[in-house]
Design a protein around this ligand. Sequence first.
Ligand code: ATP
Ligand code: MG
Length: 464
Amino acid sequence: MIEVKMTPEDAALEVCRIVGAAGGHAYLVGGAVRDRLLGRNSKDLDLEVYGIAPQRLLSLLGERFPLDLVGASFGVVKLKGLDIDVSIPRRESQSGLGHKAFEVQSDPSLTVAEAASRRDFTINAIYLDLLTGAVEDPYEGEGDLRAGILRHVSEKFAEDPLRVLRGMQFVARFRLTPAPETIAICRSIGAENLPPERIFEEWSKLLLKGIAISAGLNFLRETGWVRYYPELEALIGCEQDPGWHPEGDVWTHTLQCLDAFARERTGDAREDLTVGLAVLCHDLGKPATTRFEDGRIRSRGHDEAGVAPTLSFMRRMTAEQRLLSEVLPLVQAHMAPVSLWHSKAGDNAVRRLAAKVVRIDRLIRVARADAIGSGTDPNEPILQDEALQWLAATAERLQVAAAAPRPILMGRHLIARGMEPSPRFGEILKRAYEAQLDGAFTDEAGAIAWLESKGMREGKPPQS
Ligand code: ATP
Ligand code: MG
C-alpha cells in the first residue's frame, strides 16, 4: 500500500508502469487528454488498460493502491482518494451483471480503435501514452479540437441519448461548432429512459462551466431536443418590444443573459447554479403574458407568471426542494430591483424584498445578467447600474444583503412576559415580524415596547 500521498499524475504514471511491466498497455483517455491538449488541468483522470486479464489487473493494482470497486459492474475500478478511474474496455455497452461484469465483459484484447468507437465525441476519444507521450487518435479528435468541432465518434452514438445533452454542455464549454452529421444523428435520437439526475448533471455543467451557454442552448434547439423543454421552447418567437429589447425574441434575450451570467460567475458552485437557473428561467412567464397593448408589446406580470413554468421545468430534473425554493423567488422578483428604484422605495420595501427572496445579493446578479442581456451590445454600460448599486448599498446598510431580516421578537420574549405557549404565539410573532419589516422597531427594547403598546402580554388578546 502507498503510504505517502501521491499526486494523481504520479499515481497515473505508476499505473502505466505497473501495467507495462506486466506486458500490457495503459492509456490516459477521455476528458483528461482533451483538457491537456487545451492546456488545462482536469479534476479526474481516466486510464484504460489493454492486454491484461481483468483479475490480474485487479491484483496488481490492489498491491499498490487502495481500490474502490463500486463501479466494477461498469468495468471500472477507482483508486481511492485519487480521482483516478482505471478500466478495461468492454465490447458491449450493457451492464447489469453486478460486480462480475468486470470479469465477464471487460475485454483486454480489444484494440484502441474498437474501444474508442464506444466513446461519445472525437475530442473525447484521444488516447495518450503517459510513458512515451505518444498519442493514438483513431477518430482524429485532435484536429476537431483545434478546429473547434463537436463530432460524434461512430453510429453507436445513438445507443445512449444522454450523449445529446453531453454535446450541449461540451459545445458551451469549449465553444464548439457541431458537425452537421452530429446534429443529424442527435435529431434521430429520442430522450427516453434518461434518469433525471443524469440529465440534471449535464444541465449543471452547462450552467457552471459553459462559457458560451447560448451555443449550448442553440445546439439543443438545432437537434430538436428543445421539444423536451416546452417552457424553453415557448420562448422561441415570443416577441418583445424592440424599444426595450432590440436584441429580438425572449429566447435570444435569455441566451444573451446566460452568456452575461457566465462571464460573472463566482466559482462557488451552489451560488452559481442557483443564480444560473434563475437567469435561465427568469422570463419563462413571458409567453403566457405577452400582449400588444397601448402601442407596445408588453408582458405585464411575467415575473409572477414565471413561477409555474420554472417549477415544471426544474421539477423534471431535480427533487431538491432547497434549490427550488431558492430559485423561485429570484424569478418571481427579478423586476424588483429596478421597480423599487423607480418608485424611490424606502428601507421597509427593501426589508420586505429581503424577507421574500432571502438573498438580495443573488437577485442583483440575476438583474445584472438581465440588464446586460438586453440590447445588442453586451459591452455597453447598463442603464440599470445605478438602481442595482442603490439596492446593493441599501441591503448592505440594513444587513439584509445575504439573509432575510432576523425576527427580533421571539417566543422566549413572550414566555418571559408571562404568556403560555399556545397557537396564538405564532400569530403574534407573525404580526411582530410584519411590524419589524415595516420599521416599527429595530431592536429588542423597541420590540417589547411595541408588544406592550399592542396590549399583547400576559395572555391578553391582541388589539389592532
Ligand atoms: P468532464 O470534464 O465533464 O469530466 P469528460 O469528457 O472527462 O468531461 P466524463 O463524464 O468524465 O467526461 O467521461 C470521461 C470520458 O468517458 C469521456 O471523455 C468519454 O470519452 C467517455 N464517456 C463518458 N460518458 C459517456 C457516454 N455517455 N457515452 C460515451 N462515452 C462517454
Ligand atoms: Mg471527466
